[in-house]
Each structure stands twice: as structure tokens, then as C-alpha cells.
Design a protein around this ligand. Sequence first.
Ligand code: NAD
Ligand code: TDX
Length: 334
Amino acid sequence: MRLLVTGGAGFIGANFVHQTVAQRPDVTITVLDSLTYAGNRASLDPVADKIDFVHGDIADMDLVDELISGVDTVVHFAAESHNDNSLNDPWPFVQTNVVGTFSLLQAVRRYDVRYHHISTDEVYGDLELDDPERFSESTPYNPSSPYSATKASSDLLVRAWTRSFGVRATLSNCSNNYGPYQHVEKFIPRQITNLIDGVRPRLYGEGRNVRDWIHVDDHNSAVWAIIEKGRIGQTYLIGADGEQNNKAVVGMILEAFGRPADDYDAVTDRAGHDLRYAIDSSLLRDELGWTPSYRDFRSGLEATVQWYRDNEAWWRPQKATTEKNYAAQGEATL
Ligand code: NAD
Ligand code: TDX
């Protein structure tokens, strides 16, 4: 298989490339990534001699046309991915997530190339803490933030290109990922690297918000199951039954550093902050036989803490700028 991976220098994309190189020697990989602040060439160092890397933008339609004419399959990870940034400056989200996806869809349509679209559970909005229902493939779209609205828009483009033009696409909407190579702007790596620097974790509001955590390797094994066995036109929700509220997660990270569970700062809450995400992944499990490998969140989190301790050279260059941006966006201790 000749595979084009967009966003392969980002968190999930880089882990996908590592997993694919390790497990599928028959796959030839080209990564297309524009190396925004979130993209890092160093994340691909362990596989650098096994892949082709193209530095370019998914919205560059000539480049995308040329690359897609030479592959059988596209997996599309590239995106502007951080909610807080989308509140501060939504334009790059519209450009990359909507226009960039349009550019890829036009090319896969032209060359009849198989396409898998990576999306998020945030397209469904949020749930009450006591709602017995979780998100499923039939939950109506109801995005809250500019980030999730642009991801929802991109999903709808894929569905329309499949129905109207016969594009051979599948979609997946996954819950919150954790693991190695995640940018220090995101919740878990931010708190781990704060603690390495002797700074207290920063919890938005009261920390009641619930996220449904999944290890990045489990997300990526599900993506492969869908590429290989998924039904064309179908959406699959990916999740590993990992609901935790933010306060509990901060408590576990503090514990891994030998600190008391309440040794954090409560800071300004996120505008429009979604309360709870929760995924019902029955379709993926029943139809495609997928199951997650990481079943214990605490031990997966401890391994992630260790990865950031061992790989300071990878994250250090981003840390000061990231914290400066949070301060500039008005984050303050409550
Ligand atoms: P990330 O921000 O870590 O990485 C995004 C990558 O895309 C970076 O390497 C960046 O350089 C690249 N990129 C951005 N704009 C580009 C453009 N115009 N052209 C080419 N490359 C560009 O993001 P991530 O957390 O790895 O997320 C990957 C995908 O998974 C996204 O589509 C995101 O919506 C989705 N997703 C993420 C999560 C999560 O928890 N992180 C959960 C569900 C779905
Ligand atoms: O410092 C922080 N303190 C804090 O309490 C940060 C950065 C976040 N939070 C909270 C906000 C959320 O409730 O932690 C939770 C997780 O925050 P993020 O890591 O920013 O993730 P989230 O907004 O849930 O979105 C993530 O999961 C879905 C990814 O960033 C998205 O790309 C993905 O689609």
C-alpha cells in the first residue's frame, strides 16, 4: 500500500507513523505536514530513514494533486487542533480544517483514492455529568467551539463528497488522546511539564469537566481496523471507556510526582467549556472486532509522565512560548 499521512509530524500522526513502520513493512509512507507551531520534525526522527517527508500545506491544491496522484490511500490527521487557540484566533482553523479538507477531497475524488478522515467527539457538543446516554454514530452534531465547528464542517464535506461523488471515504470521531509526543499546550503534557519545572498544575475552573481518555496507540490501532475493514461511507466512534474528570487527572499526575492531590492552581475557565464527552464505541468493537490494549488509565498516565521526564529535549523548546501565550490570553489564578 502507498499511504499519504497528512499531519504526520503532529501528536497522533507521528504515533500513527511509528506504529505503521513497526507493524506494516508492506506500507510505503509519505508524510505531508506544514510544520506549524504544533508540528515537530523531531517526532519523526526514529523513523526518518523509513518514510518520505514533504514539507507543505494541505490547502496547496497543486501539491496535494501531485502527491495524491501517486498513492492508494490517504489518512488525514492534519488540523489546527487546540480549542483555546481557536477562541483566540479562529481563522487558521477555518483555513486548515475546512479549506484544507476540501483540497484533499477534490484530489481523492479525481484519482479515486481511498480516504480516511480523522475527527473528534467534540462535533457532538457536550453531555450533562449524569446523562446515561453517551455519544454514538447517530448523535446529532452540535459543536461548541470554533475548533469543533470547523471539524464538524470538515466531516460534513466528507459525507457529501462520498454521497454525491462516490469518494471511497470512512470517518472516525475519537475521544481525548494521551501519550508521547503531545504538544505541551494540551492538558496532560502541560501539567506534567509544569511539575518538572516546579510549577503548580493549572486547572480550569473547578475541574469538574469530564474527558474520555484513550491512549494514542489505541486510537491508531482503531484507525487501521477501519482502513482495512471499515464500510465505505461509515462513521466509527473510537473510545476506550476512560472517563475521568480533570481534577482527578491532575491528582494522579501530582501523585506521580509525590505531591498532594490538591497542590494545583485553579485558573480562569475556558469560554464555552464543554462539560463532558463520553463515547459508545460498540459499533467499532462489534463490527470490526477492535479492542483497546491500554485498559488502566493510571498506568498509561504514569508511562506518559516518564516519557516527558526522559524526553525534555523534545518538549523544552515549546514550553516558554506556550506559557507566555496562555498568560497573554488572560489566564489568571482564581
Ligand atoms: P496536532 O496539533 O498535534 O498536530 C497537527 C499536525 O498537523 C501538526 O504536525 C501540524 O504541523 C499539521 N498541520 C496543521 N495545519 C496544516 C496544514 N495546513 N497543512 C499541513 N499540515 C498541517 O494535532 P493532534 O492532536 O495530533 O490531532 C490530529 C488529528 O486528530 C486532528 O484532526 C484532530 O482534530 C484529531 N483528534 C485529536 C484528538 C486529541 O485528543 N488530540 C482527539 C480526537 C481527534
Ligand atoms: O491547562 C489546562 N487546564 C485545564 O483544566 C488545559 C490546557 C486544559 N484544561 C482542561 C480543559 C479540558 O476540559 O482540560 C481538558 C482537556 O483540555 P485539552 O487538552 O485542551 O483538550 P480538549 O479541549 O478536551 O480537546 C482535545 O480532545 C479532543 C484535543 O485538544 C482536541 O484536538 C480533540 O479533538
